[in-house]
Design a protein around this ligand. Structure first.
Ligand code: SF4
Length: 540
């Protein structure tokens, strides 16, 4: 790895402290387990970097898989921002390259505290408890300053004492202080307990009026020179598979005048490219007013893009302004063409609304629409696939001279959602092939995502801490699906089989691997949603 001048080409939108403000500097390496171009595009990574680099007495160096800033000789803490399960290989490699013991339990007094945050760790950190000392569960705005202050305060303590003290802070999870019991090595988890740390760790929620925005603008990010503003956090819709909603609730909407407009004005001083981000941006109660604001002549040179919008919130005004400000297409998640399936997953969207959103987009001057869906959703039958084919065929006929594509992933269960108990549908690959064949015949641009990777994602999303051994071996054998199968074969008799984690339904499990970690939505509410979904499956 080398230093490069990519860092010098950045426009940094804040003033780092460079460790000033304290006589005893805390040296931190903050890693993203992928290349610079990908990592610097992550708003979550940018925001935590800014938090770290703004704290007095903290000196932070950024590390990506291809480049890094000058690294300190003596490091107090190494952090990972982790948002994509399949980057696990790079976490292990980065630890190795830094010369840090891979197993947390083998780390000596001179080695740094290894910590991590981000959606994957906040949902289910268990498969990574072999490697990390501390997980930050929840919003960085709340956790990062508290964690750093605690590290400064506990600097003189030995490692064990340090971890014990950290574990008492809300939202900080130290897995080595928890006992996980199984009836046998190949049985599910039966209990999780701790005599030294809180029995439940509560995810922390930030409630300030200012959400995140870019800390850095660069031509070398995946979205070139973009300034990103988080318009909403979470989503109130609660589609039953959706981590972006359940894990991050409550839905938060900063005010337009007091927060969003000042942030946008700051960003537009350094770049004309503006991205409005969030799980459901058009549901911000003042979104139309924000669009009116950006529709003014003074912003005629601005290039505006938004993340996925809900079909029934795409108004002619929003679509026209997006087209006028340089967006070519909009992205809409429909999940399925089947009304029945949309009810099962709690997607409150009618066929008319989907068709209407297409016409709104076509009439506005946009030139395309990207639709997204899923195969293998719990309760899905081949009739539901037929309904998806019929819907896309009809949309394609209506969308003359308009680019229409349909991206399709496999349902992957996520912790803390009502569908956490469902396994990946073993027929999902066949279903994707079926859709591909039928939609190809209709001339629909079909873009399936890899089924094999969904299997690995599910393993990590639903894994307990025994899966850490699988990750180590799979990475040694190259990280492909084949290497995971080989790892499970070698560990036979020591852990449950791959099928248990990935494909089996867990309705009867008394203890989920993340039972000791509290998300945003309480268990009775998750169960209520699950029962409602199941009642609709039976009615079918
Ligand atoms: S509308 Fe989209 S972001 Fe919101 S809960 Fe449903 S899938 Fe998630």
């Amino acid at each position: 790895m080398q230093h490069t001048n990519l860092f010098q080409e950045e426009k940094v939108l804040f003033e780092p402290t460079y460790g000033q403000g304290s006589s005893d500097v805390l040296e931190v390496i903050y890693a993203f387990p992928n290349e610079y171009t990908i990592g610097i595009t992550s708003l979550g990574y940018q925001v935590v970097w800014r938090l770290l680099a703004s704290l007095p007495g903290v000196r932070v160096a950024r590390l990506f898989t291809d480049i890094h800033e000058p690294l300190p000789a003596q490091v107090d803490a190494v952090g990972f921002s982790f948002s994509w399960e399949l980057d696990f290989v790079h976490v292990i490699t980065q630890l190795e390259n830094l010369g840090i013991s891979l197993r947390a339990e083998e780390r000596g007094e001179e080695e740094p505290i290894v910590f991590g945050g981000g959606p994957v760790f906040s949902a289910n950190p268990e498969p990574f408890s072999l490697f990390l000392d501390v997980f930050l569960l929840g919003d960085g705005e709340e956790l990062v300053p508290t964690f750093m202050q605690a590290l400064q305060q506990f600097k003189g303590l030995d490692r064990k004492q340090k971890l014990l003290r950290l574990a008492q802070i809300p939202g900080l999870y130290v897995p080595s202080l928890y006992e996980v019991d199984y009836e046998s090595p190949t049985s599910p988890v039966v209990s999780i307990s701790s005599s030294q740390a809180p029995s439940l760790v509560q995810k922390q929620t930030y409630r300030g009026n200012k959400l995140s925005s870019s800390s850095v603008v660069t031509a070398h990010s995946a979205w070139e020179n973009i300034f990103m503003v988080e318009v909403v956090r979470s989503c109130p819709e609660m589609c039953r598979f959706c981590l972006a909603s359940y894990l991050t609730l409550p839905f938060r909407t900063p005010s337009l005048e007091g927060s969003l407009i000042p942030l946008i004005q700051e960003g537009l001083k350094v770049t004309p490219r503006l991205g409005l981000l969030g799980a459901s941006v058009t549901q911000h109660p003042e979104f139309e007013s924000l669009i009116d604001y950006l529709d003014q002549d003074e912003f005629s040179e601005v290039h505006l893009s938004v993340s996925s919008v809900r079909a029934n919130t795409l108004t002619p005004k929003i679509a026209r302004t997006l087209a006028k400000r340089g967006s070519k297409s909009v992205t809409i998640a429909v999940e399925s063409g089947s009304e029945r399936l949309r009810q099962i997953i709690n997607k409150k969207l009618s066929a008319e609304e989907i068709h209407q959103s297409l016409h709104t987009a076509m009439d506005s001057g946009l030139t395309g629409m990207k639709l997204y869906g899923m195969a293998g959703v719990p309760g899905e039958t081949f009739e539901d696939l037929e309904a998806t084919i019929a819907m896309l065929t009809a949309l394609k006929k209506e969308a003359k001279r308009f680019r229409l594509s349909f991206g399709c992933s496999t349902f992957v269960p996520k912790a803390h959602t009502p569908f956490q108990v469902y396994g990946v549908d073993a027929k999902a690959e066949k279903k994707l092939q079926y859709l591909a064949k039928a939609l190809h015949k209709q001339g629909v641009d079909f873009r399936p995502e890899s089924y094999s990777w969904s299997v690995i994602q599910a393993l990590i999303a639903r894994g307990d801490r025994r899966v850490g051994e699988v990750l180590l071996k799979a990475r040694e054998y190259g990280g492909s699906l084949g290497s995971f199968k080989r790892a499970f074969k070698e560990l036979k008799g020591q852990i449950p089989p791959l099928d248990f984690y990935v494909h089996e339904n867990w309705n009867d499990l008394s203890c989920l691997p993340w039972n000791h970690l509290m998300g945003s939505v309480v268990e009775p509410m998750l169960n209520k949603h699950l029962l409602d979904a199941q009642s609709k499956m039976i009615l079918a």
